[in-house]
Design a protein around this ligand. Structure first.
Ligand SMILES: Cc1cc2nc3c(=O)[nH]c(=O)nc-3n(C[C@H](O)[C@H](O)[C@H](O)COP(=O)(O)O)c2cc1C
Length: 194
């Protein structure tokens, strides 16, 4: 049987962002973990404009090619990891925009988070994401990775160097996400109730 497809989503889009290095680290661990067929999805490369579809996403009737492309990308995944920065005690706008674009494509799929930022380690970003992914009918994992004072985990040449224990933390999150994904595929996709 083929492995479940995991999309690791790089949430931040600004020039000079740290997100791709953090997501690259997590992706390498996911490949080593070998429970998933894991790939990176960079929202900067996806390049969605602010939501510009005239109809609610629940209908799946998309007017724009960028939305259809994004729909296919999300549809192809069985599970997600959002790698998100903390911006003003929440997560960044590009991540919310990307979530709002679609509906059924997210529904019933397990999701975990890697949050990073300053003193709170992205915890407020992840907390703010939880009600949103629940509203979309996703299945959030209890575990998450939090990286405080993110700048201190980077060397002067821009390499991400995880603190001791972080690899094990991330591997535990992948274990739990795989468990949720396996339960879902055994019981079939969810149907929306509200
Ligand atoms: C607009 C903005 C707001 C921020 N607000 C917070 C914040 O509320 N709490 C925090 O811990 N860090 C905050 N930071 C620091 C970021 O978490 C840190 O710069 C991180 O590297 C941002 O992710 P990125 O480099 O992938 O964009 C903020 C950074 C930016 C750019």
């Amino acid at each position: 049987m083929s492995q479940p497809r995991l999309h690791i989503i790089v949430g931040s889009t600004r020039p000079g962002r740290r997100g791709p290095a953090v997501a690259g680290w997590f992706h390498a661990l996911a490949l080593k973990h070998s429970g998933f067929d894991a790939g990176l999805v960079d929202l900067a490369a996806v390049g969605l404009p602010l939501l510009d579809e005239p109809r609610p996403p629940q209908r799946g009737q998309y007017e724009h090619e960028h939305t259809r492309r994004w729909s296919r990308t999300v549809d192809a995944a069985d599970a997600f990891v959002f790698v998100v920065p903390e911006y003003n005690h929440s997560y960044n706008a590009a991540t919310k925009n990307a979530l709002d674009y679609l509906a059924k494509e997210w529904q019933g799929k397990p999701v975990a988070f890697v949050g990073y930022g300053g003193v709170a380690g992205g915890a407020r970003a992840v907390q703010a994401l939880l009600p949103v992914v629940i509203a979309l009918g996703m299945v959030p994992s209890a575990g998450a990775v939090h990286i405080p004072f993110i700048r201190l985990s980077f060397t002067s040449d821009g390499t991400f160097e995880p603190a001791p224990g972080l690899d094990e933390n991330a591997t535990g999150v992948l274990d739990e996400l795989l468990r949720l994904t396996t339960v879902r595929s055994a019981s079939g996709p969810a149907t929306r109730v509200g």
